[in-house]
Write a new protein. Structure first.
Length: 247
């Protein structure tokens, strides 16, 4: 007597499960059709934070295109393509619903040129190789090093590692002060930095780097007097001497 109501109860429960499952399948199908509809086709590519490259160049490097469904598009593939370029330090690719892809980049900046025969290797402040050029750039020239790796997108390698390290430190300090060296000759003992062709600053790497504030004041005094020739020697504890004769 009790088995019949129990059997009917199980049958009703089974029907409810089937109905819920059927509704779930319909929702999944409807959701898929909605998400893959033309509403979510990419119609706009946005580029942010670019300076070295134009918007069109960034889009070309990433090989990003409109017309593709925004959810089928692989943001990681676009980012990886951007990061293969030597000038792009970091990249982020995101979706902005319903139809935009945003490419945000952080670019490396050309900060110096290292002489390489009759050519120049352009690097950033991290010593990353950006490109090789035969035209002399309007950048500080670093001379006196033997280059062993100049592959774009990789760190510059030289036989004189300490000299490269000191050169990069000096470049960073130069950027923090109102000082511009057009050429820097670095040896293990002394730095010879050219303000003009005939006005140089000389001292140990440590003394020049540690006394940039004082050097800025000395250069200002020379500028105000119209002096563009001579040798500024930098010692320890802010000691400076000036010789108007070029060595």
């Amino acid at each position: 007597m009790k088995t019949e109501p129990l059997r009917k109860k199980k049958k009703r429960r089974k029907k409810r499960y089937l109905l819920k499952f059927f509704i779930l399948v319909l929702l999944v199908i409807a959701g898929y059709q909605f998400l893959t509809s033309s509403i979510f086709d990419v119609t706009k590519l946005v580029v942010e934070n670019n300076n070295h490259y134009t918007k069109e160049q960034i889009i070309s490097i990433a090989n990003a295109k409109t017309g593709e469904n925004i959810f089928r598009l692989s943001t990681s593939e676009l980012r990886d393509k951007l990061l293969k370029d030597p000038y792009i330090k970091s990249a982020k690719v995101s979706r902005k619903l319903p139809d935009q892809i945003v490419l945000t980049v952080e670019e490396r900046k050309e900060e110096a040129a290292v002489t390489y025969g009759n050519s120049y290797i352009l690097i950033d402040l991290d010593g990353m190789v950006l490109r090789k050029t035969d035209a002399e750039p309007a950048l500080p020239l670093l001379v006196g090093m033997t280059l062993t790796n100049i592959e774009p997108g990789t760190p510059l390698k030289v036989e004189e590692n300490a000299i490269l390290t000191d050169s990069l430190k000096l470049l960073k300090q130069m950027g923090n002060h109102d000082i511009y060296f057009k050429k820097i000759e670095v040896s293990p003992v002394i730095i010879k930095a050219y303000i003009y062709d005939n006005l140089t600053c000389q001292g140990t790497p440590e003394s020049i780097i540690e006394n940039m504030d004082y050097l800025e004041e000395v250069l200002y005094d020379l500028y105000s007097q119209g002096i563009e020739r001579g040798v500024i020697k930098v010692g320890t504890d802010g000691y400076f001497s000036f010789n108007p004769l070029v060595e």
